[in-house]
Ligand binder design. Structure first.
Ligand code: HEM
Ligand code: HEM
Length: 179
């Protein structure tokens, strides 16, 4: 474990904003892709959804690997302990969701018998087609992605904006390039 840095390093910032960009793209694709039902044949948008989703898992693995070997910077002076604790819980919840949401989506794609091809490379199947007892993966993936993940991200972004506009304490600036 490295010592506590005074701010977020370039690597932490790059990984943070790369995930943000991939998630924005992923939600747009999820919004425009056709609804997936029993007779759906995966087409361009659905395949793009799988590719970006699996890419998110890979970047999240790199990011988490980097994070467990590098401590986050010390909290800024004057931030109350409950906010430091809440931020820590929300950050770890985001890390957990960054794996759980796409992995359950991948399980559902396998369950539906869809090949998951990440930009031309075929990925292993996580479940056998129509494996009994795994139908829930579709609903749970949708529910977690639309409601839980967006709610936690909303809380995180609201907190960042609150620090920027109300507290004006430099918490948001710590994650921006050049800070
Ligand atoms: C963090 C990454 C991901 C996010 C945010 C996400 C988001 C979503 C959202 C919002 C929907 C619902 C779309 C609708 O309302 O019609 C959806 C559906 C779906 N996604 Fe993902 N997804 C992610 C990763 C993945 C991955 C990696 C796969 C597969 C390799 C995948 C496979 C699916 C499938 C099969 C459905 C249809 C589920 C059903 O309707 O039963 N997703 N995704
Ligand atoms: C516009 C959107 C976003 C803004 C303005 C933002 C801002 C920030 C800021 C200012 C920090 C530093 C907090 C601190 O010093 O305590 C941070 C950390 C963090 N953010 Fe975001 N964020 C955004 C979106 C996201 C998204 C979509 C995710 C992932 C789903 C995410 C995951 C994280 C995580 C895990 C950390 C902790 C970093 C670490 O452990 O090294 N953020 N974010």
């Amino acid at each position: 474990m490295t010592p506590r840095p005074s701010g977020y390093t370039g690597t932490a910032k790059t990984l943070h904003w790369l995930i943000v960009a991939l998630l924005i793209a992923q939600y747009i694709v999820a919004w425009v892709m056709p609804h997936i039902g029993r007779n759906t044949v995966p087409e361009t948008y659905i395949n793009l959804h799988f590719s970006i989703g699996v890419l998110i898992i890979f970047v999240a693995i790199v990011r988490l690997g980097w994070r467990v070997t590098h401590r986050e910077p010390a909290p800024l002076d004057g931030v109350p302990p409950w906010q430091i604790l809440t931020a820590r819980v929300v950050h770890w919840l985001l890390y957990v969701l960054l794996f759980v949401v796409p992995v359950i989506g991948w399980m559902n794609a396998s369950w539906r018998g869809f090949p998951v091809i990440m930009f031309g490379i075929e990925m292993p199947k996580l479940l056998a087609t129509r494996a009994p007892g795994w139908q829930w993966t579709g609903n749970v993936h949708e529910l977690l992605a639309w409601y839980v993940m967006l709610a936690v991200i909303g809380l995180h972004v609201a907190a960042a904006l609150y620090h920027y506009a109300v507290k004006r304490d430099g918490v948001l600036q710590r994650m921006l390039p050049g800070a």
